[in-house]
Unconditional design. Structure first.
Length: 170
């Protein structure tokens, strides 16, 4: 193993070096040693990280029209992130020349899960690596506006019940 003049690490392969990206930060970062060895650390500013997956989880009540809520979330996801699928696919094709990358569906999706306090609808979408917070804000603001206009969709919250009667719990 060594470093090539371009700054990427070369791993000896079948008669030729295989380039492996070396991540370099343009700013100082303080990452505790314990985190580096215990948890995954990702730097989303260089290499193949022009686009990243982002998720927004929305919890609705069991009484809500969850299918309508899911349709609304899908419309919002496509409106905010659908245009990123083609540039991201182009980048993947570019990187596939050097790395083994399989076919990936980059279209936004909404996943459904049943939780203890309601139905969890999770929007998974692409966003630009340096615009994650803005993406979340834009999506949440539209979710709030669209759900406010619906009489049959309500947000759920985590509920803890406590019985103060001291009796049998009824």
């Amino acid at each position: 193993m060594g470093f090539t003049p371009s700054g990427s690490r070369a791993v000896s392969g079948a008669n030729r070096p295989i380039p492996c990206p070396v991540f370099r930060m343009d700013f100082p970062a303080a990452i505790p040693n314990g985190k580096v060895f215990a948890d995954p650390v990702a730097i989303h500013s260089k290499g193949m990280h022009d686009f990243i997956w982002n998720e927004v989880a929305v919890l609705v009540t069991f009484e809500s029209n969850w299918k309508k809520a899911k349709d609304i979330l899908n419309e919002i996801a496509v409106a905010h992130a659908g245009h990123l699928a083609e540039p991201a696919q182009s980048k993947l094709r570019e990187y596939a020349r050097d790395f083994l990358i399989g076919q990936v569906d980059l279209a936004p999706k909404v996943f459904t899960t049943v939780e203890a306090n309601g139905i969890l609808l999770t929007v998974r979408h692409l966003c630009r690596s340096r615009h994650r917070r803005e993406s979340i804000q834009e999506i949440w603001e539209e979710v709030l506006d669209r759900f406010a206009a619906c009489d049959d969709v309500d947000f759920a919250c985590r509920v803890t019940r406590r019985n103060d009667s001291g009796g049998s719990g009824s």
